[in-house]
Design a protein around this ligand. Structure first.
Ligand code: SF4
Ligand code: SF4
Length: 716
């Protein structure tokens, strides 16, 4: 697969993918259908328990990799196989080629193996003069097209049946019907002849079980079984991460793997292979069986305290299925060989920094992959860490380093925002938006109207605004974040009004600054840490009962990232945890702590759709309180995919505006289809994206922060 040299080149590739209507439709249909079938497949099961069991079993196996390899080798060889260890991709490929040479093999059959994709085995064998045929239908199709897979489980998902019919017509020199069943028959006919002729089969395996020396293979097409049965020589190529201590551990993973991959309770075929089988084509009637266990960096990852969890991956592909970016651009632009969130991480380790450095920036940090991962891998965090590592290795880019410096100095940051307010005047035209932007900027970023910096930041309003609350229920430090403070101060004003009405004594500590999430996203770890320290000092957890935040992204970052960022600081680790324990989002605080209910609000009966911010629903697990509050102050009008990202992602929307625009367009269409006159959310970043998009569409739907709607409808 080609790799873009820089971000500019990568972005033009993304634009190309975005203009592929079939790809977009196929991805879209699949994303919607996948959610439904996954839910059905897990119905009645405790998914969290399944995730926990898989994570524990995999962590145990990864920690014992060397020991399991030795045990597996001993058991598999006792059963008659030959086990090889390949340190690198090149070594693995050469092993397969030399086994073929020694056995006088000319034709090789392959069944789907991501490990063989990783090593680019086909190229190697073809260069050695062997004929290689992929036997999985999707792999067969992409092999004929000379492409790599676009999904780990469904490699040809990007192609229409018409494209496949044309391709098969070229191969068979006969016009082909585009009916899917007929196309499958054509492939079967073509492949049967190959099955009869091949002398060697190569396949991957899902598990290499060390207690028995068994390989377990899960497939839906039966081709893996034929590949491993008919030819006289067979080679399994398996990553060291597939070593599994017991059959029971493999069964634990099988409870989750097919359900998470394709929404099936179990795949059509589950094969367990121990030692070489009888084979009529083999001299002596017994197959020659080789098992190559590939390291290619895995044993080093296993020793990395943070990245070892990446080896839990069971290759279900679900992290791609739910990823809003993958849904827009497809796998050829969202991975190198491995696709989706895990692909962004593994590409760096298995294929190197050059292949990973553009890809890894194309993550909007929505957390959908983490929420669906059946192995419980913290994928967004690892993606950020890979980006930070790449920057540490290559040098930090100027914009990232500059933003890091600016955010570390609160006075400078706020001074720049105040200066921007003055500079923007010629481009606002007296409106709350930046209207007259230079053409080159508007071309990419014109999909949403950008808000102007507010005339007066919230911090300047605060002294005159601070309400007096007698006998308060709780003392609250309000964390506004930079957007509410400098762009939408009216949201913070509304929050104060609601909090005071609910009986909270509110304070706005002036020493607070940006939460630090943007710099963490940019790989500026030191700046992220410094900002965390500033905020913890400003909003002293010893002084306040709660730290309330009206920005979902800030709240999630303050609560989840601060303890992690300061974990190794003996002087601050405990305080950071105390601070995090007190952080709560605005909706949960109003509903669950202050206990505000339908009696607290008038109902204005406005049809109101809700956008559930990624960092609220997945980051903090908050789903009910905002919807309940909306129903108290208006008429809740559910929209499709409320919890799917709006495409903002902070700096993401400036770096990849073309992707951001498409994600936003889908979101706004869902809101319009819900017939809502008002769209409410609880994150100022989402408000910026959604309101800007609605403004550009000229749609009548107003976009509000939930606090504004509640404040307007307060009784009394
Ligand atoms: S965090 Fe969201 S955008 Fe990033 S890889 Fe995961 S699903 Fe995709
Ligand atoms: S990272 Fe998780 S969701 Fe993605 S393929 Fe691996 S196991 Fe599946």
């Amino acid at each position: 697969m080609q790799t873009a040299k820089n971000l500019g080149e990568y972005r033009s590739e993304l634009r190309e993918a975005l203009s592929d209507d079939f790809l977009r439709k196929a991805m879209d249909n699949f994303a919607v259908a996948y959610r439904v079938s996954r839910e059905k497949a897990f119905a009645g099961m405790d998914i969290e328990a399944v995730v926990q069991a898989i994570a524990t079993a995999k962590d145990n196996a990864v920690a014992r990799m060397d020991e399991l390899y030795a045990e597996f080798k001993q058991k598999a060889e006792a059963a008659g196989a030959t086990v090889h260890l390949a340190k690198t991709a090149g070594e693995a490929n050469e092993l397969v080629a030399s086994i073929a040479r020694k056995a006088g093999v000319k034709r090789v059959l392959k069944s789907k193996s991501m490990t063989a994709e990783e090593t680019h085995l086909n190229h190697h064998l073809e260069a050695a003069g062997l004929e290689v045929t992929e036997t999985d239908l999707g792999e067969f199709i992409i092999q004929l097209r000379g492409e790599g897979p676009t999904h780990m489980v469904m490699p040809a998902i990007h192609l229409s049946r018409y494209e496949v019919a044309d391709l098969f017509a070229d191969v068979t020199k006969k016009k082909q019907d585009s009916e899917i069943e007929k196309l499958v028959k054509v492939a079967r006919r073509e492949l049967r002849a190959k099955f009869n002729q091949a002398e060697m089969g190569v396949s991957g395996a899902n598990f290499a079980i060390s207690e028995t020396g068994t390989l377990a293979v899960l497939t839906n097409e039966g081709n893996a079984r034929l590949t491993a049965t008919l030819p006289r020589v067979h080679v399994f190529m398996v990553g060291l991460d597939k070593l599994t201590p017991t059959v029971e551990d493999a069964l634990t993973a099988i409870r989750g793997l097919p359900r998470n991959a394709t929404g099936q309770a179990i795949t059509s075929y589950v094969s367990w292979i121990t030692g070489p089988a009888q084979c009529a084509a083999a001299p002596g009637g017994k197959k020659e069986l080789h098992i190559i266990l590939l390291d290619n960096g895995r044993s080093a990852i296993a020793k990395d305290p943070l990245f070892a969890q990446a080896l839990r991956c069971v290759r279900c592909g679900a992290c791609a299925n739910v990823c809003p970016v993958y849904r827009m651009v497809g796998g050829h632009k969202y991975g190198h060989v491995y696709i989706g969130a895990i692909g962004l991480i593994l590409t760096y380790f298995y294929h190197g920094r050059d292949k990973a450095k553009n890809l890894v920036q194309n993550c909007i940090n929505c957390g959908a992959c983490k929420a669906v991962c059946i192995a419980g891998i913290d994928l967004p965090r690892l993606i950020k860490e890979v980006y930070a590592r790449i920057q540490d290795e290559e040098g930090h880019s100027l914009p990232n380093a500059m933003l890091g410096r600016v955010l570390q100095n609160r006075s400078l940051f706020h001074g720049l925002l105040r200066a921007a307010k003055l500079v923007q005047r010629p481009v606002t035209g007296g409106t709350p938006y930046l209207r007259h932007l230079p053409q080159f900027f508007a071309r990419d970023h014109g999909f949403r109207a950008l808000p102007a910096i507010a005339e007066k930041p919230f911090r300047d309003m605060w002294p005159a605004l601070k309400p007096r609350v007698d006998a308060p229920k709780a003392s609250v430090a309000l964390f506004a974040g930079c957007v509410q403070d400098f762009v939408y101060p009216e949201q913070a004003v509304a929050m104060v009004k609601v909090l005071a009405a609910g009986g909270a004594a509110v304070e706005f500590p002036m020493g607070q600054s940006c939460c630090g999430l943007p710099v963490e996203m940019m790989g500026e770890k030191k700046a992220a840490r410094d900002v965390a320290v500033q905020n913890i000092k400003a909003l002293d957890p010893a002084v306040f009962d709660y730290i309330v935040c009206g920005c979902a992204s800030c709240a999630s970052h303050l609560k989840k990232a601060y303890p992690r960022l300061l974990a190794d600081d003996p002087g601050l680790a405990l305080t950071a945890q105390r601070f995090a324990d007190k952080v709560i989002d605005f909706s949960s605080f109003v509903r669950d702590v202050l206990g505000m209910d339908a009696e607290s609000f008038k109902n204005d009966a406005v049809q109101t759709a809700y956008h559930s911010p990624c960092h609220l629903c997945r980051g903090l697990g908050v789903t009910k309180p905002p919807r309940e509050l909306i129903a108290m102050a208006g008429q809740y009008a559910p929209a499709a995919e409320e919890d799917v990202c709006c495409g903002f992602g902070g700096t993401y929307s400036s770096k990849f505006p073309e992707v951001s625009a498409e994600i936003l367009a889908k979101k706004l269409s869902h809101v319009e289809a819900a017939g809502a006159a008002r769209l409410v959310t609880d994150c100022p970043g989402c408000v910026m994206q959604l309101r800007g998009g609605m403004e550009k569409r000229g749609a009548g739907t107003v976009v509000r922060h939930i606090a504004e709607v509640l404040a307007e409808n307060l009784k009394g």
